[in-house]
Design a protein around this ligand. Structure first.
Ligand SMILES: *[C@@H]1O[C@H](CO)[C@@H](O)[C@H](O)[C@H]1NC(C)=O
Ligand SMILES: *[C@@H]1O[C@H](CO)[C@@H](O)[C@H](O)[C@H]1NC(C)=O
Ligand SMILES: *[C@@H]1O[C@H](CO)[C@@H](O)[C@H](O)[C@H]1NC(C)=O
Ligand SMILES: *[C@@H]1O[C@H](CO)[C@@H](O)[C@H](O)[C@H]1NC(C)=O
Ligand SMILES: *[C@@H]1O[C@H](CO)[C@@H](O)[C@H](O)[C@H]1NC(C)=O
Ligand SMILES: [Zn+2]
Length: 299
C-alpha cells in the first residue's frame, strides 16, 4: 500500500500541470522548458529584394498573390473531382492525382526560405530583347529576376477570358499568376529538380497526356495549362471557360489517321537537358534556352 501511494504521488507530481511562479502567474510545466515550436523559423512568404521599387514590388506581390489563388484552385479542383474531371483527364491522362496535388501544394504551403525575387538585372539577361525575367540558375539558385517587360505585359487573373485570351491559343505567361508559377518551379526549393519541361506548348502537353501521361504530373507547362483552364472554367467564366480551339487528339478516331507525322516528331523526350530545348538563339547565354513567346530559362 505504501508502494502504491508512492507511485500515485510520483505520478501526481508529474501530472500536476499548474505550478505557481514567483510572480504568482500560473504556468504549464511544458511551456517552461523553453523549447521552440516544431516549426520555429518557418518562412511563409516569398521575399522581394530591395532592388525592386514600390511599383515593381507591388506588382510582383500582386502577381504572387494571384499565383497562390491559381495554385489553390487547381489543387481544390483535383481534390473535388478526382479523375472524373474532364480537364484533369485532358492534361494528366490516367495519372494518379497525388503528384499534381503536391505540385500545387508545395507552392501554397512549402517553406519559402531564401526564395527571392529581384529587379536589378544582376546577370544582364534583362538587356536581351524579349526577356521578361529569368531564373538565376547556377548564379543564385533560389533567385528569380523580373525584368521591365513583365510589368508592361503580364496581366492580372481578373482579366481571365478577356482580351481574346484562350487557354489553347494564348501563352501561359499571359498572366502574372502562371508566369510566376512557372518561375517558381525552376527554383529547386519548389520544383525540387523534379518538375521540369518535358512538353513545350499546348499541343505537346495534350499529346503527352493522351499518349503517355507518366511525366504529365511533374511537367511545368502541363501544370500551368491545367491551372489556367480550371480557373477559367470554374471561377472566371463558370461552366464556360475559354479553352480555345481544341486539340484534334481529343477525338481519338481522327487522331491516329491525321496526326501520325506530327506525333512522331513531337514525342516528348523523357529526360530534358538544356541542349534539346527548342528555339535557342545566338544571343541567349549558353546555359539558357527560350520557349515560344521568348521566355528565357537558364539552368
Ligand atoms: C520603378 O522603376 C520603374 C522602372 O525603372 C519605373 O518606371 C517606375 O517609375 C519606378 N517607380 C517608382 C515608384 O520609383
Ligand atoms: C498579398 O497577400 C498578402 C497576404 O494575404 C497581403 O498581406 C498583401 O497585402 C497582398 N499584396 C497585395 C499587393 O495585394
Ligand atoms: C479513376 O480512378 C479509378 C480509381 O479510383 C479508376 O478505377 C478509374 O479507372 C480511373 N479513371 C480514369 C479515367 O483514369
Ligand atoms: C551567371 O553569371 C554569368 C556572369 O555574369 C552570366 O554570363 C550568366 O549568363 C549568368 N547565368 C544566368 C543563368 O543568368
Ligand atoms: C512513358 O514514359 C516514361 C517516362 O519517359 C517511360 O519510362 C515509360 O516507359 C513510358 N511508357 C510507355 C508505355 O511508353
Ligand atoms: Zn521554364
Amino acid at each position: 500500500m505504501l508502494f502504491f501511494n508512492l507511485i500515485l504521488s510520483a505520478a501526481a507530481a508529474v501530472a500536476l500541470p499548474l505550478t505557481e511562479s514567483p510572480g504568482g502567474k500560473q504556468h504549464q510545466p511544458f511551456s517552461e522548458t523553453g523549447l521552440a515550436p516544431w516549426n520555429a523559423g518557418a518562412v511563409t512568404q516569398f521575399s522581394i529584394h530591395s532592388s525592386c521599387n514600390a511599383t515593381q514590388r507591388r506588382q510582383i506581390e500582386l502577381g504572387l498573390n494571384e499565383t497562390i489563388i491559381l495554385a489553390e484552385h487547381a489543387k481544390s479542383h483535383i481534390l473535388r473531382w478526382r479523375n472524373e474531371s474532364d480537364i484533369y483527364k485532358k492534361y494528366f491522362g490516367d495519372s494518379p492525382s497525388m503528384e499534381a496535388i503536391g505540385a500545387f501544394d508545395v507552392v501554397l504551403n512549402g517553406d519559402k526560405k531564401d526564395i527571392l525575387f529581384r529587379c536589378d538585372n544582376p546577370d544582364g539577361n534583362c538587356d536581351l530583347e524579349g526577356y521578361a525575367g529569368h531564373w538565376r540558375g547556377e548564379n543564385a539558385t533560389d533567385e528569380t529576376v523580373i525584368c521591365d517587360l513583365s510589368y508592361e505585359t503580364r496581366r492580372s487573373l481578373s482579366t481571365m477570358c478577356g482580351f481574346g485570351y484562350t487557354v489553347s491559343q494564348s501563352e501561359t505567361n499571359t498572366f502574372w499568376a502562371s508566369d510566376l508559377l512557372h518561375r517558381l518551379y525552376h527554383v529547386p526549393a519548389i520544383g525540387q529538380n523534379w518538375i521540369d519541361h518535358f512538353a513545350d506548348g499546348y499541343e505537346e502537353v495534350v499529346d503527352q497526356a493522351a499518349k503517355n501521361a507518366t511525366l504529365s504530373t511533374h511537367d511545368s507547362e502541363t501544370l500551368q495549362y491545367f491551372a489556367l483552364e480550371v480557373f477559367a472554367y470554374d471561377i472566371a467564366a463558370p461552366g464556360i471557360g475559354c479553352p480555345g480551339a481544341q486539340h484534334e487528339h481529343e477525338n481519338a478516331d481522327i487522331h491516329d489517321d491525321q496526326t501520325t507525322t506530327e506525333a512522331a516528331t513531337t514525342q516528348p523526350t523523357p529526360t530534358t537537358t538544356t541542349t534539346n530545348e527548342p528555339s535557342s538563339t545566338s544571343d541567349v547565354p549558353a546555359n539558357c534556352h527560350t520557349h515560344e513567346g521568348g521566355e528565357l530559362h537558364c539552368t
